[in-house]
Design a binder for this molecule. Structure first.
Ligand code: TXA
Ligand code: MG
Length: 328
């Protein structure tokens, strides 16, 4: 393979030259480019074949995941499940820049990028050439340091040439990189919400803990109730019963009800459970309730959601997962 050399001004890269490289990215080819840390070598993150070529060019073991390089937080946010406000504080503070966030990947991120991990590293480089390339190619770029596997990361285009010439389509030469060492990578996400509340974790490590939103944490534990054959209908904390309750009652279905706040209960319920002790009691009894409703032969179990704080977050997560009403 002939490797094309493209020289650009690192601060004001010529858009026509960037476009040559961007077209290669769109075409599934592999291109090396400068970032503020070290040179990266990347390809269209959404194309499995293109990403495979990065591994081949570097002789990189397939079990070593790549990082997603994006031109904005908005682009990153489409590729991962929501992160906490606290993580966003770090994004605001350090992006663009050499702080890589590990977050839970959505299905759109091909497995090859993350070597089968449920998470993926997100990075917005603080370098005009890298940003222009990502922008011009119109997609996230999966990239890694532009060295042969086992070699030091390249800080000059000559290093990249030495390691990868003949193995990739192009090298964009933007001079020496700034930092010379790779980005910091942080991974402090809650993968499954549970008994230790986010508030407690956040007290221990203020602003550092990434909280998945309801129903989007890992762990299928509570979805075991899928097999119990009853349908869950969650409704918001403090809200009136969902409209479908009337129909379910008229249709002669066996109805269960779990409530936390004051409600006028219809007489025909087959199973009722009051949660008076807040989310802590809800958490303690949730799985018991699932089973009890089954033994009462409930067809539809209406569940009032807990307030979304403390243990309520974990309870809400389990209810949403069990109701089959989440993308998690
Ligand atoms: O500054 C940088 O981060 C440079 C420039 C090019 O962006 N990139 C870079 O990529 O250093 P690489 O592939 O050489 O190093 C990324 C490291 C690897 O050790 C990889 O195993 C780790 O990040 N990594 C990638 N995805 C991960 C994940 N989901 N969880 C934990 N570690 C991950
Ligand atoms: Mg590396």
């Amino acid at each position: 393979m002939q490797t094309m050399f493209l020289k650009v001004d690192p601060h004001q890269p010529n858009p026509r030259i960037i476009e040559i490289a961007a077209a290669m990215i769109r075409n599934g080819e592999v291109v090396a480019f400068p970032t503020e840390t070290v040179y990266g070598v990347g390809a269209d993150a959404l194309s499995e074949r293109a990403v495979g070529r990065i591994f081949a060019a570097k002789d990189r073991p397939m079990d070593n995941p790549l990082l997603l390089h994006v031109d904005s937080w908005e682009q990153a946010a489409e590729l991962v499940y929501p992160v906490s406000d606290e993580a966003l504080v770090l994004v605001k503070r350090f992006w663009p820049g050499p702080l890589t966030f590990v977050a839970r990947a959505r299905g759109e991120v091909p497995e090859i990028v993350r070597s089968g991990l449920p998470t993926v590293g997100l990075r917005m480089p603080d370098h005009q050439v890298a940003l222009d390339l990502i922008r011009a190619s119109g997609r996230p770029i999966a990239a890694t340091s532009a060295n042969k596997s086992g070699h030091p990361s390249p800080i000059k285009a000559e290093h990249v040439k030495h390691d990868l010439e003949g193995r990739i389509s192009a090298i964009i030469d933007g001079g020496e990189t700034g930092w010379g060492i790779e980005s910091t990578i942080i991974d402090i996400a809650i993968l499954r919400v549970g008994a230790v509340s986010w508030e407690r974790l956040n007290q221990a490590l203020p602003g550092m803990i990434v909280l998945p939103s309801t129903g989007e944490s890992l762990g299928r534990a509570a979805s075991a109730q899928d097999n119990l054959g009853q349908q869950l209908v969650p409704f918001a904390h403090g809200a009136v019963f969902p409209a479908r309750l009337k129909k379910d009652l008229e249709g002669g279905r066996r109805i269960g009800m779990v409530i936390m706040t004051e409600h006028d209960l219809p007489a025909e319920l087959d199973y009722v459970r009051f949660i008076r002790g807040g989310s802590r009691e809800y958490a303690r009894t949730l799985y018991d309730i699932f089973r009890a409703a089954v033994s009462h032969q409930v067809d539809v179990l209406y569940m009032e959601m807990p307030p979304e704080d403390g243990l309520g977050i974990a309870v809400a997560d389990r209810i949403m997962k069990s109701s089959g009403d989440s993308q998690g």
